[in-house]
Unconditional design. Sequence first.
Length: 218
Amino acid sequence: MNLTAALLAYAVPAALITMLPGPDTAVVLTTAVRAGRAAAVRAALGVGTGLLIWGAAAATGLAAALRSSSVLYDAFRLTCAAYLIYLAVQAIRASRRPEPDSDEADSLEPKSKRRGLPSLGWGYRRALLTCALNPKLGVFFVVVLPQFIPTVAAVGPTSMALAALHAGEAVLWYLLLGALAGTAAHLLARRRVRVWLDRITAAVFLGFGLRLAAETQS
């Protein structure tokens, strides 16, 4: 199997794990709703950057070392769980924050320009941290990705090539989700809708965080 065949084969599982709803999806959608399309684009790029970080970790053996050490893995897992729970708390706080409806605003205008709403870089940072602090992705890059590295290929460069493909797919997918959320901006910008979106987002983050904190390394 050459590099081209490896990339084509890896594109399928990479796309499947990308489209599976999870914390990254929640971050991109809430960013699109609360800060506009431009911030959602940056959130998508943040996810892509996080995947490249995992690719670099796999290429250098750091991901495998993390997985092989129960102490390191548990410390990382609990850190990730704490961050997800923190995001849940932030979403709950956002649902209680008084904000006027923004029906009068243009849905294409970045909401980050409005007073009291997040900046464009906020979405990138949240998405980057959420992706980079996801041990499930670490397991994927340790267990799944190496299966697509040809036996005669250099592990480091090939791992980065596969990770770049994965990141590209993720960016395209989350750009699509952000655009769909932006299309419904007038509806999603309503106070009542935002409150429920924040509550659902909080439940997603809290569920993932508690599940991650309670799991044991397999």
